[in-house]
Design a protein around this ligand. Structure first.
Ligand SMILES: [Fe+2]
Ligand SMILES: [Fe+2]
Length: 463
């Protein structure tokens, strides 16, 4: 972070902007709006873990000035269409009054110029600077702010056309809220931004917690491009009897860093220390099952049970293939390759042709936005083998398979799993955590009076 704006400059700009905006009647552009957008922007920076990469005064200034157009122009269709251009012209001349470096001024101008038309036109700024993206998302999220929506809905209009317009706008808002990720530069915010009573933050950790007063603790780790939110329904169902924690991994909050098995294991270790967890069950999903194994191997004193969901201690079974993979890995980890891979892999038609499993819009968006950090981390994990560590772990171990999972297919791993000294549970259907039945079946593992709906395969120890 090298562009800085002094406190003094910020205070002057804030006072000036608020005095202009407070005269506006429209709740969409008045002083309350710009303050909400500024607070949203700070919250976004925190949720994304990029606070150290931004200058708070600069981000706040951008938010304060972003709707300055409306302080001189009426909100009509012309202003709406050309908002960015008008804004750019006005802000450029306004900034002449301030002693701010030219480079910083350009960041402000670029952000305010590009902030409009994300919703419903999906005119996003994914390829532009951090400030530009944060401002646009902060402004978009304010569309769905409770006080703004309530004001709009309670502002009764009796005429037929006005109520028709209101009904249409209401439907549009509902559509926007249900598909929020599509209108954001950082789609992950669609799930994490609005108050979720189970979403918590402690320093650098984002996690979800259910059943806080129970002593029996389950710690769930999501897949490489998933969030802890994937366990929301399961967490709620188990919250009567268990304290359920679902942790987000850092690669879905910082798009610039690729992690490996060691750094993710340390991340889990730091989280466990921060929350002072002891004697808990750790559950790792898919590629991140390796992190659960690695953590349990290092800290078996803390873990009561290790459970792998749609996961195995080694994904590439053949030694030769593993060697080839390690050889080509540095090439796959190049940014352009990861970018191309993420675009192909998230293409609906490609997935259909290749008969790849269905992925949710949200996961697809995250695979695209975090193509470098999340996909890069997955590339690191896939080449790992923690087979030896898994065998040495003394705490009870369990592997859960779903027969119709095409990502970690039972047929491919059955013989390998038979060599492992652990309990194996094979459910008939549920895919890769995609079907509702997946969670229904999973629940039965923990609820006290489960219906027996899985086939329990007892595996003999290898000879
Ligand atoms: Fe605007
Ligand atoms: Fe705005």
């Amino acid at each position: 972070m090298d562009q800085k704006l002094s406190d003094e400059n910020y205070k002057t700009i804030e006072a000036f902007a608020l005095s202009k905006m407070s005269d506006l009647k429209s709740v969409s552009h008045n002083d309350y709006h710009v303050i909400r957008v500024r607070d949203n922007a700070f919250k976004i920076a925190k949720l994304l873990g990029v606070e150290e990469r931004i200058d708070k005064n600069l981000l706040a200034t951008i938010c304060m000035l972003h709707d300055f157009t409306y302080s001189v122009r009426k909100p009509n269709i012309y202003t709406y269409i050309f908002e960015g251009r008008i804004e750019r012209r006005m802000i450029r001349s306004l900034l002449k009054r301030f002693d701010i470096p030219d480079e910083t001024k350009e960041i402000i101008i670029d952000a305010v110029f590009r902030h409009a038309h994300s919703f419903p036109f999906k005119k996003l700024n994914k390829k532009h600077g951090l400030y530009t993206k944060i401002l646009q998302d902060a402004d978009t999220l304010d569309f769905f702010d409770v006080s703004r929506v309530n004001y709009f809905l309670t502002n009764q209009n009796k005429s037929f056309f006005k109520s028709l317009r209101k009904a249409m706008a209401n439907a549009l808002l509902r559509y926007g809220k249900n598909n929020l990720g599509l209108f954001l530069n950082y789609p992950v915010l669609a799930k994490t931004f609005f108050e979720n009573p189970s979403m918590k933050q402690k320093d650098r950790f984002h996690y979800y917690e259910y059943g806080i007063n129970n002593s029996e603790t389950l710690l769930f780790l999501p897949g490489y491009a998933d969030s802890g939110l994937m366990y929301q329904k399961l967490g709620r169902s188990l919250s009567k009897d268990y304290r359920v924690l679902a942790l987000d991994f850092p690669m879905i909050h910082d798009p610039e860093k690729i992690y490996d098995l060691t750094s993710l294991t340390n991340f889990v270790d730091d989280f466990v220390k921060e929350l002072r967890l002891t004697n808990f069950t750790i559950v790792g999903f898919s590629s991140c099952g390796l992190v659960a194994i690695s953590y349990t191997y290092n800290r078996s004193d803390k873990v009561k049970e290790l459970i792998l969901l749609n996961s195995v201690p080694r994904f590439i079974l053949s030694k030769v293939n593993r060697k080839i993979y390690q050889f080509v890995k540095p090439f796959i980890l190049l940014r352009p390759i990861l970018f191309i891979y993420s675009r192909i892999n998230t293409n609906k038609t490609f997935r259909k042709i290749m008969k790849l499993p269905h992925t949710s819009t949200f996961t697809r968006e995250r695979m695209r936005t975090y193509y470098y950090s999340a996909t890069g981390t997955a590339v690191n994990l896939i080449g790992e083998s923690v087979f030896a560590r898994f065998k040495k772990i003394k705490v009870p171990k369990k592997i859960i398979f779903f027969k119709d999972d095409t990502i970690i297919p039972w047929e491919r791993y059955q013989r390998f799993v038979e060599k492992l000294d652990c309990e194996v549970v094979v459910f008939s259907e549920g895919l890769h955590a995609d079907k509702r039945i997946y969670w229904e079946k999973l629940k039965t593992l923990w609820l006290k009076t489960p219906k027996i709906e899985f086939q329990d395969v007892s595996i003999e120890k290898s000879k």
